[in-house]
Design a protein around this ligand. Structure first.
Ligand SMILES: [Zn+2]
Length: 141
């Protein structure tokens, strides 16, 4: 089955509802949990040049890199330069992804969700579940 942007959005929304029923988030984290789940439900299609999430991430990475280089020009702090380069590197890397290739695997979901584990254990599960919902719908799981 192939779903478009809105299909994955709706499935991500229901994934959030079910998971928040099983693992209730604290009241002050519910909105963040919702955003994380839906974002990760859309994320695998970053490997498609025509997907909305790809366009969104391209713009976000460009803005992020420009901001970092701007801050570097003001402060000369090397960190900003490295962050800016990393943003451009990730942007470039998305150009080499094959549609429904590595980005549509459980390993990619784990790797991309894992940083959230160190931020908030529960958010990791919401991100990972959102990602898996996409794979299930695309028939990749
Ligand atoms: Zn997909």
């Amino acid at each position: 089955m192939e779903l478009n942007f809105f299909g994955h959005l709706v499935v991500g929304f229901f994934t959030f509802l079910v998971l928040n029923w099983l693992l209730p988030l604290p009241q002050d984290t519910v909105v963040l949990g919702f955003v994380v789940t839906v974002f990760f439900a859309l994320l695998p299609d970053v490997d498609s040049d025509i997907s909305r999430i790809n366009n969104f991430i391209e713009v976000a990475l460009l803005v992020f890199a420009m901001y970092c280089f701007y801050e570097f020009s003001l402060s000369k702090a090397q960190d900003f330069f490295v962050f800016g380069e990393t943003g451009l590197g990730v942007l470039l890397a998305t150009k080499f992804l094959k549609h429904r290739g590595w980005m549509h695997t459980v390993q990619a979901g784990l790797l991309l969700s894992l940083p959230l584990y160190f931020f908030n254990h529960l958010l990791f599960w919401f991100a990972f579940a959102g990602f898996l919902s996409h794979l299930v719908v695309d028939g990749k799981l």
